[in-house]
Every structure is written in structure tokens, then in C-alpha cells.
Design a protein around this ligand. Structure first.
Ligand SMILES: Nc1nc2c(ncn2[C@@H]2O[C@H](COP(=O)(O)OP(=O)(O)OP(=O)(O)O)[C@@H](O)[C@H]2O)c(=O)[nH]1
Length: 396
């Protein structure tokens, strides 16, 4: 049916496995979760198909019993690799039971080719189901593209083995041996090649997507509080401001600063100061709406971006935040202190991206006014977009 003979297909599969294993070796060690096990699965897979190909040239226990046991071992390792990638322990029972079952069933049926094909059409597909269950349950993986590829690869292998088993059960395939060049056997070998590439690429893609997500997280987050960092805030603000100017929706901004923070550091130590920063960060982020964004702008200063929010609504939200901080003492280890914050609020209708600088200065001046007026309070600045007019007039 296919122009390629079995040894050629074996070579192609071995080359694909080696290429994929080498690609995994090129991944940085700390990003290789599960890849060592996956590479081992590729080695077992190659040996399995080599033994299949050597049928007749090597004893039956090797080309039938051992080869199929190794095939089950391949899927057991795939399961282990997925679990390790997810940060879970290895499910020894789900890994070893199918391998033992394959070994015993093939030892029992080794002279009955049809029974062997049927067993191979049941146990490995069940193993694939276990791998896919681990991958997609209890919730779909975050690395969707890679997971879909991996599923397509392993799924293809499982379906082909199951179909072959079903055909054998129905007496529809020749029962003399694996190396007959009929269509079903050729397809099985060809599938092995495709499966190695699809599933391994899927696994590599999952690792890459996770690494990208981690890189993005660390590039946009403040290491101490876990809030967005200044760079991420400013990027988001410029995007938000452009949208707000185009859609004529109001936009507001809050600048939040912890009061007398230097005294906290001096009196209780920097570790307690850090705890207070995390405590306030938690209180702020817990009380914002999904569309809002809070980040650490500087030392003990936070910036809150409020898309589609008018000045009055922003001032009310600021008051909620201020009172939440004033009423919630820090309950973290070693820091029973109640912090207070001063908040400058500014918002209005924006006319262009250049209004961002004016809005920021307006909020900053309002914050300055809140500090000057005694701290632990909210001051609203009056945002005036036209350059000729005063930037901010605090209203206390
Ligand atoms: N613990 C800790 N302290 C920090 C961090 N970043 C900045 N600081 C401290 O924050 C303090 C800020 O002090 P000031 O700017 O004088 O402000 P303040 O004491 O809060 O006074 P007001 O803002 O006027 O109420 C300084 O002592 C900084 O060292 C940090 O990450 N951790």
C-alpha cells in the first residue's frame, strides 16, 4: 500500500525519535520537567519497533513479548512525563500494572498472533487514555497548543492500535505476522513515525509555552508583592489611555502611598516593612474590579488604573481602599501593625495619549495634597486636559 518498506520506516521513526530527544536535551535544565522521562519513552519506542522489525531474526520472546512490554513501557513513561511536567508524583500503579499485564498476556499468547494484536489493541489504548486523562483533568492545561498536539499524536496511535485489534478480532487482517506489507501493518509503522513527531512536538511546545508564561510573569511582576511592576503598569496605562481617548470613556487613576513608612522601617526593621508592603498590596488587589489594575509604582507607592471610571466613582473606591487599610492590621508573622495610606485620585475624559502624563501628574499632586493635609485620606485632583489650564487643583 505504501511505497516505503518496514526497515525504512523504522529508520525514519528512529531518526524522528533521536531528533526529538536531542531537541529536548537543548532545553535549559530547569525547564525540562518531564522531558527526561519523555526522551526515555522515545528510546523504548525505538527499541520496540526495532524488535518488531527483527521478527524471525530474533527469538519470539524478544520480538513479541519483550517488544510489546516495551511498548507498554513507552506509554507508562509518557504518563510519568506528563505527571512530572504537571509537578505531580509518579503514579506507579497506573504505570506498572499495564506493563505487567502486557508482559503476562504476551507471554501467554505469544504463538497466537491474532490474540496478540487484540491485546495490543486494548492495553496501550487504555494507557493512552490514562495519559490524556492526566493531561486534561481536572482542568484543561494552560499550555493548550502543545496539549492538543500531544493529544493528537497519542490519540492517533491509540486509535490505530484499537482499530487493528478490532480488525483482528473480526478476522479481517492476515494473522501470519507483523512484517507482512499489507496496508494495516504499513499504516501502523507510518503512524509510529507521525506519532513520535506530533506527540513530542506537543510536549516540547507545552514546555515552551510554560517557559514563555513564566518569563512574562517575572518580567511584569514586582518580586516582593506579586503585583504588576512599574513597567507593566506604564505599558497597560498607555494602551488603556489610547482606548479611553478613542472610545470617549472616562479614565481614572489612583496613587496610593503608605504613610510614615520610613518610621515603620526604622522602628520595626525592613522585614516588617516588607510585610506591610505585601499586606497593603493584598488589601488593594482584593478590593478592585476585574478591569482595574494595581501595581507597585515605586518603593511604598502603588498605582491603580481604573478604565471606564469617572472621577467620583474613583474617589469612592479610593475611600473604600483607604478605610480597608486603616481597619485591617497586618496579621502577618511578626507584624501586628495597622498601616494607613494616603491616596491621590484623578480622572476624567481623555482626548489623546499625551493626556496620560497630565493625569499622572494630577494624581501625584493630589497625593501630595493628601500627605500635606495630614495623611490617611483621599484627595481628588481636578483633571484638565487643555495644556493652557492649571494641571490639578486639589479638592480637600
Ligand atoms: N521595607 C522596605 N522599605 C522600602 C522598600 N522600598 C522603599 N522603602 C522605604 O520606604 C521609605 C519611604 O520613606 P519616605 O519616602 O520618607 O516616606 P514615608 O516615611 O512613608 O513618609 P510619607 O510618605 O510622607 O508618609 C524609605 O525608608 C525606603 O527605604 C521596600 O521594598 N521594602
Amino acid at each position: 500500500m505504501l511505497p516505503l518498506d518496514v526497515p525504512t520506516m523504522l529508520l525514519m521513526t528512529a531518526a524522528a525519535s533521536a531528533t526529538m530527544a536531542l531537541s529536548m536535551a537543548a532545553v535549559r535544565p530547569e525547564r525540562r520537567e518531564g522531558m527526561g522521562l519523555w526522551a526515555l519513552a522515545l528510546v523504548l519506542h525505538t527499541i520496540t519497533y526495532l524488535l518488531f522489525t527483527l521478527r524471525g531474526a530474533v527469538p519470539a520472546w524478544a520480538s513479541v513479548v519483550l517488544a510489546n512490554t516495551l511498548l507498554a513501557g513507552t506509554f507508562a513513561l509518557a504518563l510519568a512525563a506528563v505527571r512530572q511536567f504537571q509537578g505531580h508524583g509518579l503514579p506507579w500503579r497506573r504505570m506498572l500494572v499495564p506493563v505487567l499485564a502486557m508482559a503476562l498476556l504476551f507471554a501467554w499468547f505469544q504463538d497466537d498472533y491474532r490474540a496478540c494484536v487484540i491485546v495490543a489493541g486494548v492495553v496501550p489504548p487504555l494507557q493512552v487514555a490514562l495519559v490524556l486523562w492526566a493531561l486534561w483533568r481536572p482542568k484543561p492545561p494552560a499550555q493548550m497548543r502543545g496539549a492538543v498536539l500531544l493529544t493528537a499524536g497519542l490519540g492517533l496511535q491509540a486509535v490505530l492500535l484499537a482499530v487493528r485489534g478490532a480488525l483482528a478480532a473480526l478476522h479481517s487482517i492476515p494473522t501470519q505476522g507483523l512484517l507482512r506489507t499489507d496496508g494495516v501493518q504499513s499504516l501502523t509503522f507510518m503512524a509510529a513515525f507521525v506519532v513520535v513527531i506530533l506527540a513530542s512536538l506537543g510536549f516540547i511546545l507545552m514546555a515552551k509555552d510554560r517557559a514563555d508564561a513564566n518569563n512574562h510573569y517575572f518580567a511584569t511582576r514586582d518580586a516582593l508583592t506579586g503585583l504588576f511592576n512599574r513597567r507593566a503598569l506604564l505599558l497597560a496605562a498607555r494602551r488603556d489611555v489610547a482606548v479611553a481617548a478613542r472610545s470617549h470613556e472616562p479614565y481614572a487613576l489612583m496613587m496610593v502611598d503608605i504613610d510614615h513608612f520610613k518610621a515603620v522601617n526604622d522602628g520595626h526593621g525592613h522585614q516588617v516593612g516588607d510585610q506591610i508592603l505585601c499586606h497593603v498590596a493584598g488589601l488593594l488587589s482584593a478590593r478592585l474590579r476585574a478591569q482595574d489594575m494595581v501595581g507597585r509604582y515605586g518603593g511604598e507607592e502603588f498605582l491603580v488604573l481604573l478604565p471606564n471610571t469617572a472621577q467620583q466613582a474613583a474617589a469612592e473606591l479610593a475611600e473604600t481602599l483607604r478605610s480597608a487599610v486603616a481597619q485591617c492590621p497586618c496579621a502577618r508573622e511578626g507584624c501586628a501593625i495597622t498601616a494607613t495610606v494616603s491616596i491621590g485620585v484623578c480622572g476624567g475624559q481623555l482626548h489623546g495619549t499625551e493626556d496620560w502624563e497630565r493625569l499622572l501628574r494630577c494624581a501625584d499632586q493630589a497625593l501630595y495634597a493628601a500627605k500635606a493635609a495630614g495623611r490617611n485620606r483621599v484627595v481628588s485632583g481636578r483633571f484638565v486636559p487643555e495644556a493652557a489650564q492649571p494641571l490639578a487643583t486639589p479638592v480637600i
